[in-house]
Design a protein around this ligand. Structure first.
Ligand code: AMP
Ligand code: GLY
Length: 444
C-alpha cells in the first residue's frame, strides 16, 4: 500500500523509516519531509519521495493528499491536527491516522484539558483558568510559590513559565494576554500549582474505544547538561524495559488513558491516535508515587518517537489501522527487549538564535546496524546535506540483542549513540552528554 506522512522532522523520519520496514508498504511519500527522509537513513532505510507543502496550510495539505491518493495518511505534528486536517480528509473519504480537531483539543487547549481532567477525576495539579489580568490577580493568592503560568494554546514548548513570585506570575500572564511572549494574544491563561517530581512520557494507542500501552519514555527538555538552561523541543530521549513498572503502566492505562477514551466517546468526540500523557511522578507518603498529568499531547513525541520506533517489532501499519478501525484491543504490540536512546545534535545557539545552511560531515561514518541517524532539520544544498533548523539530527541507538549479564542496556545504547555522534560534525554542533542520567542512576 501507499502511505503518506505529513510533517518534516525527526519524528516523521522515524515514522517513514518504520513504514519502510513494513511488509505491507510499497510506497512512502512524506510532505514536506527533509533531506534525510528523502535519502533514507544511511545504510539502514529506504529513500522516500518528498512532496513540498507548508504544514500550516490546510488547503495545501489536503491538495497533496488528493493528488497522491494514498491508502493511508499519517499526521505527525500537532499543527495540522489543530487545523482539522483529519476531519477534512475523513470527509473526503481518506483513511487517516490521528485525532479530529475536537479530539485534539486535549492538546491544543490547556483549559479544555484541565477542565476535562477535573470533571473526570484524572489526577492533575490544582489550577485556575483566567480570562483577564484582574482574574489572575484574584486567583494568585490561592497558590503558593513557585507557581506555573500556562498559555492556553499551542506554543511549541514556550507557553509554560515557572514563577518564583506572584509578581512574576502576573507579569508572565500579562505577556501572554498581550501577545508579547508568544506573538499571539491568549484568551485564556491557566495558573497551576507547581509539582515536584520526575517526568515520564506515557504513550497509549487509542482507537476510539480502547487504550493500549505503547511505551514509556523520558525526554530531556532543557538545553544544558544536568537539566540546566532554557527549555527546548527536546534534546534527547530514551525508552527501556523497567522505566515504568508493569503495575504503574496498568495504573496509567486504567486511570488516565482509558478514562480519556471513554469520556471522549461519551462526548461524541472519539479519540483515535496516540495519546501522549506527560506525567509528573510526585513522591507520596510511605515511598508511594502519585502520578499526576502535566499535559496531554495527541500525537507522537519528538524525540521520543525516534527511540520508541527503533524498538517496535510489530508492523507499524497494524498499529495505525487498529487505531482507525477500533481493533487496538486485538493488537499485540511487541517491542525489542532492552533500551534505546535518541541524542539530538542541535545548532549552536539553539534554542536561541542560530545559523542554518552549514554542511554536515561524517553522516557516512555510521556503520553500526543498531544506530540510525534521523534528520530533524536538514536540507540539500548543492548536492550536500546542510543544517536547516535548531534541532538538526537525532542519533538513535538500540541496545544489543544479547548482552553479557550485569551490563546496563541503557549504557549499551548510549555507548553506540555517542560513538556515532563522535564521527559527525557541523560548525557549532551541540549535544548533551548526559542523556539518560536519571535512569542510569536508577540502574536501568
Ligand atoms: P507542558 O507543556 O504543560 O508539558 O509543560 C512543559 C514543561 O513545563 C513540563 O514538561 C514540565 O517540565 C514543566 N511543567 C509544566 N507544568 C508543571 C507543573 N504544574 N509543575 C512543575 N512543572 C511543570
Ligand atoms: N518531546 C516533547 C514533545 O514532543 O512534545
Amino acid at each position: 500500500m501507499k502511505v503518506l506522512v505529513i510533517g518534516g522532522g525527526g519524528r516523521e523520519h522515524a515514522i517513514c523509516w518504520a513504514l519502510g520496514r513494513s511488509a505491507r508498504v510499497t510506497e512512502v511519500v512524506c510532505a514536506p519531509g527533509n533531506a534525510g527522509i528523502a535519502e533514507g537513513a544511511r545504510g539502514n532505510g529506504r529513500p522516500v519521495r518528498c512532496a513540498p507543502v507548508v504544514v500550516g496550510d490546510l488547503a495545501a495539505m489536503v491538495a497533496v493528499v488528493e493528488a497522491e491518493r494514498p491508502a493511508l495518511t499519517v499526521v505527525g505534528p500537532e499543527l495540522p491536527l489543530s487545523l482539522g486536517l483529519v476531519d477534512e480528509l475523513m470527509r473526503r473519504g481518506f483513511r487517516v491516522f490521528g485525532p479530529t480537531q475536537a479530539a485534539a483539543q486535549l492538546e491544543t487547549s490547556k483549559s479544555f484539558a484541565k477542565e476535562f481532567m477535573r470533571l473526570h477525576g484524572i489526577p492533575t495539579a490544582g489550577y485556575a483558568v483566567c480570562t483577564s489580568l484582574d482574574e489572575v490577580r484574584q486567583e494568585l493568592p490561592r497558590f503558593s510559590v513557585p507557581v506555573v503560568v500556562k498559555a492556553d494554546g499551542l506554543a511549541a514548548g514556550k507557553g509554560v513559565v515557572i514563577c518564583q513570585t506572584h509578581l512574576q506570575a502576573e507579569q508572565a500572564a500579562a505577556e501572554m494576554f498581550s501577545g508579547v511572549l508568544l506573538g499571539v494574544t491568549e484568551t485564556y491563561v491557566v495558573i497551576e500549582e507547581f509539582l515536584d517530581g520526575e517526568e515520564v512520557s506515557f504513550f497509549a494507542l487509542c482507537d476510539g474505544k480502547h487504550a493500549v500501552a505503547l511505551a514509556a519514555a523520558q525526554d530531556h527538555k532543557r538545553v544544558g547538561e544536568g537539566d540546566s538552561g532554557p527549555n527546548t523541543g527536546g534534546m534527547g530521549a530514551y525508552t527501556g524495559d523497567g522505566l515504568l513498572s508493569a503495575e504503574m503502566e496498568q495504573w496509567l492505562l486504567k486511570n488516565v488513558a482509558q478514562v480519556v477514551v471513554d469520556e471522549m466517546a461519551i462526548e461524541r468526540t472519539p479519540f483515535h491516535g496516540i495519546l501522549f500523557c506527560g506525567m509528573m511522578m510526585v513522591p507520596g507518603q510511605n515511598g508511594t508515587t502519585q502520578p499526576m498529568v502535566l499535559e496531554f499531547n495527541t500525537r507522537f513525541g519528538d524525540p521520543e518517537t525516534q527511540a520508541i520506533l527503533m524498538r517496535l517489532e510489530t508492523d507499524i501499519v497494524d498499529l495505525f489501522e487498529a487505531a482507525i478501525d477500533g481493533s487496538a484491543d486485538r493488537l499485540e504490540i511487541r517491542m525489542r527487549p532492552g533500551a534505546s536512546v535518541c541524542v539530538i545534535a542541535a545548532s549552536g545557539g539553539y534554542p536561541g538564535k542560530y545559523v542554518s545552511g552549514l554542511p554536515i560531515g561524517g553522516l557516512d561514518s555510521v556503520g553500526d546496524a543498531d544506530v540510525v541517524v534521523f534528520h530533524s532539520g536538514t536540507a540539500m544544498k548543492d548536492g550536500a546535506i546542510v543544517t536547516a533548523g535548531g534541532r538538526v539530527l537525532g542519533v538513535t541507538a538500540v541496545s544489543r540483542a544479547a548482552l553479557p549479564a550485569g551490563t546496563s542496556v541503557l549504557q549499551d545504547a548510549l555507548g553506540k549513540a555517542y560513538a556515532a555522534l563522535g564521527g559527525i560534525s557541523f560548525e557549532g554542533m551541540q549535544y548533551r552528554r548526559d542523556i539518560g542520567w536519571r535512569a542510569l542512576r536508577d540502574g536501568l
